[in-house]
Design a protein around this ligand. Structure first.
Ligand code: UD1
Length: 357
């Protein structure tokens, strides 16, 4: 079976690393990688391919730095062309980015069977581009690989055919199980003795000046208690620079995947609007304040390990105080046992046997 992965942004490189490692052990599956180019720079793409030992992409569309519509449109065009010239039996799309949406539209119209990896997640906040992307991706996919029991429930409630749905566990968890024991021992010497690790990159937290001011204020208040280290996405650095706002806490540029995991491990607490980092915090048993009004990883909120606090300084501070009282419980295997990739490959092999030769 010829399988194509469509990826383009940081979290997809991590998920691909976990699945591709498993696929490369299979004789029956030949994989190709199409990189849309959404994340292209050394610190957002190159370092991920190198550190996660990913094969070089077979195709790179080099689409980036455009508005959502322009980016998605050019990706759709590029994906269609590649698949017309290099047919695949099955395509995998991952998560909820614009690359996912472009893959969903292009592949479904070509009527090539498609799997959505990380299906069924819902934040129920349609103002987030990611929510729109994941809802569309689920709707047009033929197989839905769900990371959690909650994501299966969401799809069943929305009327999806249960024959399309498979609870696989989460590839990011597989990646954590694999990479965490391989991280360098000990904390980076240039970091404070204890620190709160922060990342902010969501459109809604950067494009709105009031929200930008709010979360900088919220982190500044935490920083007076425990030093904050903000690891900034290039867009975050740019927006902070342009706003002229004073940032009193430590700020550094985007980190590679292993450096980031090491920092989560060595932090006291995580404060983020990222999706993946919320699970990495859970893995390393760190309380996580989510700088959004809602999270799609609802089980983390339910077990008290994650508090979606928005960006207002008072609610972030009260989340911080709540964690001082109660850190939450970190023992439930919400994301599987680190064998999601194996379950996916078994399902792909079953699918492959059903294709008429
Ligand atoms: C995207 C995803 C988001 C995911 C995140 C992971 C969508 C809608 N959003 O957000 O769900 O959590 O990736 O990191 O797809 N930039 C660079 N170098 C790069 C890439 C981006 O400088 O290699 C800058 C560019 O100015 C770009 C901006 O960051 O315009 C935003 O990038 P974009 O790809 O639009 O979205 P992300 O914020 O990275």
């Amino acid at each position: 079976m010829n399988l194509m992965h469509i990826i383009g942004a940081r979290p997809q490189f991590v998920k691909l690393a976990a699945l591709s490692r498993q696929i490369r052990m299979e004789k029956e599956i030949r994989e190709t990688i199409l990189h849309t180019g959404q994340h292209w720079s050394r610190e957002m793409s190159g370092v991920f391919f190198r550190e996660l030992e990913l094969p070089e992409p077979d195709f790179n569309l080099e689409v980036h730095g455009l508005s959502h519509g322009a980016m998605t449109g050019r990706m759709i065009q590029g994906i269609e062309k590649v698949l017309q010239d290099h047919p695949a039996d099955l395509v995998l799309i991952y998560g909820d980015t614009n690359s996912t949406l472009a893959g969903a539209v292009a592949v479904s119209k070509l009527r090539i069977p498609m799997v959505h990896v990380e299906a069924g997640l819902r934040s129920r906040d349609m103002t987030m581009p990611e929510e729109i992307n994941r809802v569309v991706a689920d709707r047009v996919s033929d197989l839905l690989f769900c990371p959690t029991a909650g994501s299966v429930d969401n799809l069943i409630r929305e009327g999806y055919d249960s024959a399309k749905i498979l609870l696989t566990g989460d590839l990011m968890w597989d990646a954590l199980v694999h990479y965490a024991p391989r991280l360098p021992a000990g904390k980076r010497e240039d970091l404070p003795g204890e620190f709160i690790l922060a990342t902010v990159h969501r459109q809604e937290n950067l494009e709105d000046a009031a929200r930008l001011c709010a979360w900088v204020g919220a982190l500044s208040r935490l920083d007076q208690e425990i030093p904050v280290v903000l690891v900034a996405h290039p867009r975050t650095e740019k927006k902070i620079r342009e706003s002229g706002i004073r940032v009193p806490f430590l700020t550094e540029g985007a980190a590679g995947p292993l450096e980031m995991l090491r920092m989560v491990r060595d932090s006291r607490m995580v404060c983020t609007d990222s999706g993946g980092l919320q699970k990495e915090a859970y893995y390393f048993r760190k309380p996580c304040i989510t700088l959004r009004d809602r999270t799609e990883w609802t089980e983390l909120e339910a077990c008290g390990c994650n508090i979606p606090a928005g960006t207002c300084a008072d609610s972030v501070w009260s989340a911080f105080l709540r964690f001082r009282e109660n850190r939450g419980s970190y023992d439930q295997p919400f994301y599987g046992e680190g064998n999601a990739a194996l379950k996916m490959v078994e399902a792909l092999n079953r699918f492959s046997r059903s294709i008429p030769s």
